[in-house]
Design a protein around this ligand. Structure first.
Ligand code: NCD
Ligand code: ZN
Ligand code: ZN
Length: 355
């Protein structure tokens, strides 16, 4: 079932009113930084799919419930609702999925190939270990969210998404034809083509930074660790394919910031962490892309409608208004007892969300 809705989109050159957007992929972390990450994401975002890659990871309904409570304790805006996820391991059982579904707070389960990204060491070593789990997810209609990269040393880091699609995802989709799958934070034309050709049960999130940047931004003129994320930024032809997909009007692509803060010292290091902090200005950054592509009329579907329909949740009934008004991003933002360097630090963002 999909939501039928008369579009609230209304725009002149300088303002755009859309249904309240949701973020279908975000890292809020835990502990003392939660008050900062929750304040930033809840400014105007409605719902957020909260990633489970904490240390230790959120592997059970009980852990998801207590993390959910810690997030809610920091929420000051009633329009914001965190949707929790379960971290799959080799040991996850079908009963874990049933318990998660019954918890009422878990909306999806996340597949991290072991070693693929930040805090994925407890991830899945072989999807063959999860046959019963995927069957249970299909039976209870719980979406599978996928970090789609292989991790074997012989595969070049720039090819890891494509090889994952060919060797892991394609058979998974074939074996579980009714399993809802979101290929998260896609970075390649290969991913766009795969998702576009698959059935309605397969969709993808696209980050603002993969739409705005390519690997030249990270590597030309000096190595810039704040552009380093996983999957890594690709060449500009892939970036163009992502921009075309996001602004195409296809219902298969929707907003997921993958906002993934790390303290400044952890990024500016001889072995810097992967992740870009963007949720403080998510819709403003996407609006830049959609404006550049002459597709502001497609932003509402991407940000506020397609994801809700995929998760079979109602589209938010209230709205936000974007105004074409530039503002300067600070050099750093508070991150618990530390600081995080945000995307666009010391530079301008061209759109503002009206209060
Ligand atoms: N995207 C990233 O570069 N990092 C994420 C993990 C992830 O989403 O893969 C993180 O948790 O830091
Ligand atoms: Zn990931
Ligand atoms: Zn992520």
């Amino acid at each position: 079932m999909t939501n039928e809705r008369n579009s609230a989109t209304n725009h002149s050159n300088n303002t755009l009113t859309i249904a309240r957007p949701d973020d279908w992929h975000v890292h809020l972390r835990d502990g003392e930084v939660l008050k900062n990450t929750v304040a930033d994401i809840s400014r105007y975002i409605g719902r957020a799919i909260v990633m489970p890659n904490l240390v230790p990871p959120i592997t059970t309904a009980a852990l998801a419930k207590s993390y959910h409570k810690r997030i809610l304790a920091e929420v000051k805006n009633s329009h914001f609702k965190p949707l929790m996820t379960l971290y799959l391991t080799d040991k996850t059982t079908a009963q874990d999925i049933i318990d998660a579904k019954e918890s009422g707070v878990v909306y999806a389960a996340k597949l991290y190939p072991a070693g693929a990204t930040t805090n994925s060491s407890s991830g899945v070593t072989d999807v063959a270990n999860l046959t019963d789990v995927f069957a249970a997810m299909q039976a209870v209609d719980m979406p599978l969210l996928v970090h789609g990269e292989v991790t074997t040393a012989d595969i070049d880091i720039f090819d890891r998404e494509q090889v994952f699609i060919d060797t892991i995802l394609q058979p998974l989709v074939a074996n579980y034809p009714n399993l809802k799958i979101v290929l998260e934070h896609i970075t390649t034309k290969n991913a766009v083509d795969f998702v576009s050709a698959a059935g309605d049960n397969v969709a993808a999130t696209i980050t603002a930074h993969h739409l705005l940047y390519n690997r030249n931004d990270m590597l030309v003129g000096g190595i810039k660790p704040h552009y380093y994320c996983l999957p890594i930024l690709k060449r500009n032809t892939h970036q163009q394919a992502l921009r075309a997909a996001a602004t195409s009007g296809s219902t298969k692509f929707f907003l997921g910031t993958d906002s993934a803060p790390h303290a400044q010292h952890a990024k500016e290091s001889a072995c810097g962490c992967a992740g870009v902090y963007s949720s403080f200005a998510a819709i403003e950054l996407y609006a830049e892309v959609f404006e550049q592509e002459n597709a502001l009329d497609k932003l509402e579907a991407f940000a506020s409608i397609n994801g809700a329909n995929f998760y079979q949740l109602p589209v938010n009934t209230d709205t936000i208004t974007l105004v074409k008004k530039a503002w300067q991003v600070p050099a750093t933002m508070t991150f618990g007892g530390d600081v995080v360097v945000p995307v666009r630090a010391n530079e301008e963002i061209l759109w503002t969300v009206a209060d």
